[in-house]
Design a protein around this ligand. Structure first.
Ligand code: CP3
Length: 371
């Protein structure tokens, strides 16, 4: 191994800990802000590095991945967090599946899971250090290089979202193949979801051991399930992850970091309320819900909220972005709130407009807090 890992207890706490305080429900003098996919193709400095390396090669090179993780912070020094550069699909890779990142198409699995017999091809108990130790290296090196400026976020895909990619073989509009599994092979589906859950738990605990200060779980495909399927095939596994990760952190004497869940497009009656009652500290929201409605549904006593500007709003002028941010922060309120996009940065976004979002959140919320 090339990275000499620093033990987590030897790292100083973040000087700017607004994100962690907002997540835990402590008072904040202004709203913290960061963006999903803040490291990536909209940054010319990322595209420059990407010219010379394949996407997963970048993820596997701790020096490169750490550099990319820090790029948005170097460009926008007031940013309130960094998220470790990687991908949710490294878990299917660790289980033995091949994943290619095809430019213009996104992730492709040449040998997707077709029927339950294909589960035998998977390693349900991968050696995490052997298969994903490089991610722990990136987390640790990022924590060393960030020099306590801001908290370091670690993440994982959620079980159903990962299962979706493994069965669809890539992105999908209808999700018909994975949903056919849920209807036709519910027991095999649950066997896979539970195996993924167990791996994700170990993976997230490992990230905290390596230095992650907040964990986010991406259930990006959650909204493709109706309420009944969500309740059976997504929600229980999301809850298990939060409960067991926190129990394991306590048992191992590791820092008890806050956890965020992004159940994209999941907002049917009772869904947000149930997530607010789970062990997650923060619910990250997509843009299909009004901030004030979300805040009404999720008691400020129960959970923090994160989101939810439409990424396409970043195509608007900086003045218009500021006005949209003003409405958004008013709707969510300045406490127990983390500003972010409702989904991720897009490759054709102008970095200056991302900067406008960051500064608007910080200035508008500080001003609102004074009143
Ligand atoms: O800055 C960050 O947020 C950290 C890095 C990050 C990436 N992917 C880098 C990336 C994170 C947190 C992810 C998570 C991820 N990956 C999710 C969950 C969040 C979400 O967006 O819903 C999902 C579903 C994936 C799977 C994935 N990876 C897809 C669908 C794609 C293609 C997207 C596209 O627009 O082409 C990726 C590729 C990917 N992940 C890129 C980056 C920077 C682009 C890869 C490239 O350079 O070709």
């Amino acid at each position: 191994r090339k990275v000499k890992r620093v033990p987590v207890e030897d790292f100083p706490p973040a000087k700017n800990d607004l994100l962690l305080r907002a997540a835990r429900g402590e008072e904040t003098e202004r709203v913290p802000v960061w963006m999903h996919r803040q490291a990536g193709r909209y940054l010319p400095e990322f595209r420059e590095l990407r010219k010379h390396a394949d996407f997963f090669t970048m993820c596997q090179d701790p020096e490169l991945a750490t550099e990319v993780t820090l790029q948005p912070l170097e460009r926008f020094p007031t940013l309130d967090a960094v998220i470790v550069f990687s991908d949710i699909l490294v878990i299917p890779q660790a289980m033995g599946m091949e994943v290619q990142m095809v430019p213009g198409r996104g992730p492709v699995f040449p040998d997707r899971l077709v029927d339950p017999a294909d589960l035998d091809r998977l390693n349900f108990k991968p050696d995490m250090e052997k298969t994903l130790g490089y991610v722990y290296d990136v987390v640790n090196l990022t924590r060393q290089r960030v020099k306590a400026r801001v908290p370091v976020i670690g993440f994982s895909g959620a079980p159903f979202t990962l299962m979706g990619y493994m069965i669809e073989g890539g992105g999908s509009k209808t999700m018909s193949k994975v949903k056919a599994w849920l209807y036709c092979h519910p027991e095999a589906s649950k066997k896979l979801l539970q195996a993924l859950t167990d791996i994700i738990i170990e993976y997230l605990v490992g990230k905290v051991r390596a230095g992650a200060q907040l964990l986010e779980v991406f259930e990006s495909s959650g909204g493709d399930l109706g309420p009944e399927l969500y309740d059976e095939f997504s929600h229980p596994y999301l809850c298990q992850i939060a409960t067991k990760v926190k129990a394991e952190l306590r048992a191992q004497g590791l820092p008890e970091v806050p956890m965020t869940v992004f159940a994209r497009n999941v907002r049917h009656e009772g869904a947000l309320e149930k997530l607010a009652d789970s062990e997650y500290d923060t619910l990250s929201l997509d843009w299909n819900i009004l901030p004030e409605v979300a805040r009404r549904r999720v008691s400020i006593k129960k959970a923090s909220l994160q989101g939810n500007l439409d990424p396409c709003a970043l195509y608007a002028s900086p003045d218009r972005i500021r006005a949209l941010v003003q409405d958004m922060v008013k709707g969510f309120g300045t406490q127990r709130y983390i500003a972010n996009l409702g989904h991720g940065m897009l490759p054709d976004h102008d970095p200056e407009h991302a900067h406008a979002l960051i500064l608007a959140v910080q200035e508008v919320s500080a001003e609102m807090n004074k009143k």
